[in-house]
Write a protein that binds this ligand. Structure first.
Ligand code: PMT
Length: 440
């Protein structure tokens, strides 16, 4: 059996090393609780982003459904990056589900354990109360069978109106939990009762409804809590002389998305980054490298303690045999010959460096995707190979989206349709941590 890990049972692989050491009878991790967060169009909508983060810190999976008006206050991209999930925004609906949301409201309603609407404007409260179904959020709410938490936000004069009161009473009578509004500064600059409750208060209400542990002291959890994850990202540059190098077009987006999504899921993440122009995701330890030899040295430090290593970097296969100390001058001859030496294969080297870790490689292919990916799975002794077609301009190198086929050590390949790299990163991590199970 190649690689130390392939002889272990799948169940043992599902737990981070610390937990594996603590128990010999591991339980497969239960799936995270799921909240569909409806965001309607008031100034408090920007707090939706904050709310997503607080819910994620509790280990809750969140999908957002901003109304059209809410998208003016908080961008779907922000919500997507923070949640690592698809956002049921207007562009998503028109791209993948028809302008009216087609069947996506059914999917969303079935996916969620709880619907939280925060902020809920007077208009949204009325539509929820009356059972209108004229946009994605209201249609999904009408479809949804589980618990509902609503955090109203509006001017206090509106909140006190009998027509609003009647809507709130009707919703409460149907078991909807109202959180707030609270007294405080309003968008108008006045003070009054109409401000959205603080995200922490809303999260407590959500946790109570879902019977999850309450309290700010609750440890940040997530499906990857306790996991030590190492991700490589970006290209390597192999120096020819002080100003020239061999490199490739990797932007680092795929690897940074994996690091970000692993951290949002509670993992302890080390990101080994080649030369890229990407912001370090919050909570992620970053080691910057340039050449493959430096990436190898960083992996030698970080990988032995890891539970999961994901090699999304486009590591150069070759480097110039000699690096000139001074800028090479034109010789006047017709051309020049650059002699290359082969770089070590870092992913293959992990088999001895991190035999206990789950090891994942990416395969950048332009043709024969399946055969090449399967070949790399064997040759590099990986547990998973994520294959992407890098001949397509809309996915792979530099693109914001990716589409992949994942090959594992058993079972059929798992296909992930084109989606944002952040969304895909979340799905891939679920696949790896879940031992081959993918959620819808
Ligand atoms: O960074 P982006 O712009 O977002 O683009 C993402 C991506 C296209 C770079 C990414 O999705 C991807 O495919 N990464 C792997 C690129 C690659 O080097 O593929 P490969 O088929 O040549 O290598 C297979 C695996 O071996 C990779 O995991 C690679 O990290 C690893 N490898 C390769 C050579 C080498 N000397 N050592 C290695 O460890």
């Amino acid at each position: 059996m190649p690689g130390g890990m392939h002889g272990r049972s799948n169940a043992a692989r599902l737990l981070p090393r610390a937990a594996r050491a603590a128990t010999s009878v591991p339980d497969a991790p239960g799936r995270a609780a799921r909240v569909l967060l409806g965001i309607s169009g008031g100034i408090a909508a920007y707090k939706g982003a904050y709310l997503v983060r607080r819910l994620r810190e509790r280990g809750i999976a969140v999908r957002c459904a901003p109304t059209l008006a809410a998208e003016s206050f908080v961008s779907p991209l922000t919500l997507e990056v923070l949640s690592g999930e698809r956002v049921y925004g207007q562009s998503y609906l028109s791209r993948d589900g028809g302008v009216d949301g087609a069947e996506l409201h059914v999917e969303a309603a079935q996916w969620a354990d709880l619907l939280c609407v925060a902020p809920a404007t007077a208009n949204t409260l009325a539509r929820l109360s009356l059972g209108l179904a004229d946009d994605f959020l209201s249609t999904t709410a009408l479809m949804f069978e589980g618990p509902v938490v609503v955090a109203p936000a509006m001017h206090d004069a509106m909140w006190r109106k009998p027509q609003v009161e009647a809507r709130v009473e009707a919703l409460c009578a149907r078991g909807v939990e109202m959180v707030g509004p609270v007294e405080g500064a309003l968008a108008s600059g006045e003070r009054g009762l109409g401000r959205m409750a603080e995200p922490e208060t809303i999260v407590e209400a959500v946790c109570r409804k879902l019977a999850l542990p309450e309290g700010a002291a609750a440890s940040p959890a997530g499906p990857l809590a306790g996991w030590r994850v190492v991700v490589t990202a970006g290209p390597t540059y192999e120096a020819i002389d002080p100003i020239r190098f061999l490199g490739n077009r990797s932007s680092g987006r795929m690897g940074f998305a994996l690091a970000r999504q692993a951290a949002l899921r509670g993992a302890d993440v080390t990101l080994v980054a080649g030369p890229v122009n990407q912001e370090t995701p919050e909570g992620v330890r970053r080691i910057d490298v340039v050449a493959a030899s430096e990436m190898q040295a960083a992996l030698e430090q970080a990988a032995p303690a890891a539970d999961l290593v994901v090699m999304a970097a486009a590591v150069a296969d070759y480097r110039p045999r000699e690096r000139a100390d001074r800028k090479l001058k034109k010789s006047g001859a017709d051309g020049m010959v650059l002699e290359l030496a082969q770089n070590p294969d870092l992913l293959a080297g992990l088999a001895s460096l991190a035999p206990e870790a789950m090891r994942v490689g990416f395969a950048a292919e332009t043709h024969d995707l399946e055969d090449s990916a399967r070949g790399k799975l064997e040759a590099k002794q990986a547990d998973w190979i994520v294959a992407n077609d890098v001949s397509r301009p809309d996915i792979g190198f530099e693109a914001t989206d990716n589409e992949v086929v994942v090959f594992g050590r058993g079972g059929a390949p798992v296909r992930f349709p084109k989606q944002s790299k952040d969304e895909l990163a979340g799905r891939l991590l679920e696949l790896f941590a879940g031992g081959g199970t993918v959620s819808s």
